[in-house]
Design a protein around this ligand. Structure first.
Ligand code: PMP
Length: 344
């Protein structure tokens, strides 16, 4: 098919080559220029399309996946959706073990993409047999001809971003970017992009965004796993209660922690001010930039790229629900008008 005429053989050909969009309002008062890599433009509406396609095609190349086989994964939602989408086109069964913290919308979406979903309790330790890691491992052992993507411990997760997202950002900025800011969950996005960018220019500063309640920042600073850092938080897809090998901590210059509340307000602000309907972690990433700006991180000549990992439609029952925001107490401290709807 002629991709130049926007005609494609299937939806998978649309993965990657996402736009870089200048932010004109949310960062207007800050030193430097800010650009968002908007991953919602992938057909599965998140950056995870890239790793799903890359890991599955690599398994095919290595001869460990043939049509009719089963693909298993643990996921906060986005990776599962992308794997389910790729599985449909390529003819695989898809089984997903997800955290009960994931929104109901996300779980329904996975079902709509033909996946079989196991919902596992969110606040149990990773080695608990009910955790989504252990459930996925058990299913993988039980089901013949299955592969377990295991995105937290799969080096191909880094590789997917090293071979696509990194080069795209370098090219889109003509190699002029000074900072890259990205949320870290598995760490595949930030590590893969960082690896490519630092090879081109070791001075590009790589800043990871972590959640309060996650171990990543502390581990980065001390190289020690401190389970006292772990407690429940609301942002999905950001931070972790274990140390993923898909994160290359040596490539990250520093981590910034952000709160659930400020990240939620900032996601809504991005939608309102930029017309970009983005997910919760995009709010977290801009919240981190606000904090970095206050710390004096940026100069007027800086060019900063921030990754927006997914689309706001995935958070209708959370960040974009006034009721949910109120229930979390997020409107109290900000004294914000909760709704602009008028009922006639
Ligand atoms: N934001 C969202 C919404 C995600 O689902 C994820 C993936 N867990 C991330 C950010 C972080 O990306 P990565 O896993 O590549 O670190």
């Amino acid at each position: 098919m002629d991709n130049n005429k926007n005609v494609f053989d299937n939806v998978l050909q649309l993965i990657g080559s996402t736009p870089l969009i200048k932010l004109n309002k949310v960062t207007a008062d800050f030193d430097g220029d800010f650009f968002a890599k908007v991953e919602a433009f992938n057909p599965g509406h998140s950056s995870k399309d890239r790793i799903a396609l890359h890991i599955i095609e690599e398994a095919e190349r290595r001869g460990i996946l043939t049509p009719g086989d089963t693909i298993i994964e643990t996921t906060s939602g986005n990776t599962g959706f992308s794997i389910a989408m790729v599985s449909i086109i390529k003819g695989y069964e898809c089984i997903l073990a997800v955290s009960s913290k994931s929104s109901g919308d996300k779980i329904d979406m996975l079902k709509s993409m033909g996946a079989k979903v196991y919902v596992c309790p969110a606040h149990v330790k990773a080695d608990d047999p009910r955790s989504y890691y252990q459930v996925a491992k058990r299913l993988h052992e039980e089901i013949k001809g299955s592969i377990y993507i295991n995105q937290y411990f799969n080096e191909l997760n880094i590789d997917a971003h090293y071979s696509t997202t990194g080069p795209e950002i370098w090219d889109q900025t003509n190699g002029e970017l000074t900072h890259l800011v990205a949320c870290s969950g598995t760490g595949g996005t930030i590590s893969g992009i960082a690896k490519y960018l630092k090879e081109q220019n070791p001075n590009v500063k790589i800043i990871g965004v972590d959640a309060y309640g996650s171990v990543l920042k502390k581990y980065h600073e001390t190289r020690e796993f401190d389970d006292k850092e772990i407690y429940p938080y609301r942002i999905e897809g950001l931070g972790k209660n274990l140390i993923p090998t898909a994160t290359d901590f040596d490539l990250i210059d520093k981590f910034i922690k952000v709160t659930d509340e400020e990240s939620a307000h900032t996601a809504r602000e991005i939608s309102n001010k930029e017309g970009l309907f983005v997910g919760y972690t995009s709010g977290a990433a801009i919240q981190a930039i606000k904090q970095l700006n206050e710390e004096g991180e940026f100069k007027p000549t800086d060019k900063v790229v921030v990754v927006f990992p997914d689309h706001g439609s995935r958070y209708m029952s959370k960040v974009y629900s006034d009721k949910w925001m109120e229930d979390q107490g997020f409107f109290d401290s900000k004294n914000e008008v909760s709704s602009t709807i008028e009922y006639i």
